[in-house]
Design a protein around this ligand. Sequence first.
Ligand SMILES: [Fe+2]
Ligand SMILES: [Fe+2]
Length: 551
Amino acid sequence: MDSRRWRTFLRATLRSWKDYPQLRAMDRATFDRYEADAKLVQDAVAALASTPMLDAAFLSAIAPPLERLLQRMYTLGDDITAFLLFKQVGSLLEDQGLDEPAAHALQWAGRCSRDLRFYDEAQIHFDRAMVCLQRVGKDHPYFVDLYGAMGILCHLTRRWDEAESHYRRSLDLLKLWPHEVVVRSSRFPKSRLGGARLNNLLDLLLVRARHSPAEARTRELLAARKLLTRIREISWGDPIALEFATANEGEILLLEGRTPEARALLLQHVKHLLMGSPAAARLLPAVHRMLAGAYAEEGDVREAYAHCREALQQSLHHANAYEEGMVVEATLDIMSDAIRPRLAGAGLSALDADDRETLQNLVLMLEQKDWYTGNNHSRAVSRLSRTIGEQLVATPQSRAGRMEDSASFLDLQLLELGGLLHDIGKLRIPWSLLNKCNPLCPVEHRILESHVAEGGSMLRYLGFAPLSRLVEEHHEKLDGSGYPAGRQNLSLMGAIVAVTDAYEAMVTPNRRYATARTHESALDELEARSGVHYHPRVVLALRQVIASGPS
Ligand SMILES: [Fe+2]
Ligand SMILES: [Fe+2]
């Protein structure tokens, strides 16, 4: 394709994506159309990357429309594909010595990966963007954006001093450049960027206050109040800066221990944001997340979980990858505080009805996020795992609880919970990847497979260490060809969940495979791999359970 045809192709694709709702809100046909287009873009960039003698002038001509298309991809909610493409395009531009567009693409690769919580990747891309831009000029106006984006990464990775110096550099440069230059470089008005940076600095004071002992906290909070007043006085009339400031005021009240006032202010802010605020996409999930913290502080965990779910819903609805990750971690913090102290020492026998409700909430959040496995997958795996466990306990070979494998005991309660929570690590996998139907590249496969290890670490954090092994084994296979560890000596309970998970995935219609397999064909497939991938006694028990009718 020559550069004219490339540009025509990019512009036509961008035009056809103009009126799309976010991926989350698309019907099946629109989603399929989007994915087909996204695949065309991916293939075109791959073809570009394998062209032996790329012409710099050609690349430089297609870089701006390509960047616009990838930004649109990101705002539609396909952040993972946007990240991989920005990374690839950034490298191509960098190799051709096109420093300025390379800095743009690499900055976006950094930003997407930061929001997806791939922090190491983000650091690498920001550093490369920095090197490229420094070659163009050390006070280049694009540094306003780049320093801001890097500051947020440092903030998230708890390098607070570095974050502060990046935010301040961004503000200094903003003062240096006239409005028109800033708009040309970042496509945002100077007032918007200035307000954002001041709110970033305020965020930083609040995170420091949260992690400080009482005396230092009072100092940080005083400084935060002063900065809040300053933002309101000199926000250059930017409505988004003012709305961020209100959310930050809620956080200040929370840290000051004035929880009822914080709650009232945040609830009021939700109402305001719902009336069509331009900051809704960024703030609604965050404000619900803060409300969850406020209710948890007051001991109303039920209301706290409701706000966690709403925060997740809002982050998905607005394709806000950053908040999608933040709310999952905030939920785990609240749940860990609620469950862990009671489980310590007492184990799973201490689980009461409230704890079960907590876990159900976690599963509900997973179902909100995962179209692929869809509603009910976790509960179906849980039910079937328990029934198979009961079947195995009832058979003579295992009545004494002994099986031929090394970890040879069956705890039906553990099995039921393990089935319920086996995919819980998917809460830490970006929505855009969980629900992608286009073929996945090796990087995406690795990220998706990390749900197993993430699930184990989440359960340990919540105080369910005995469940973590079972969950970590649900994609392992008897011959060692599974993941993540390629382990061969599976526990019996891990082997049961592995079989039920595979079976349920085959017989349930879902987004990726619209037509479900019949029970018989699924059983045939499992039996064909019995003894190689799946535990033969578990496969046999499954057939007996299915033959005896619905459980
Ligand atoms: Fe899984
Ligand atoms: Fe599963």
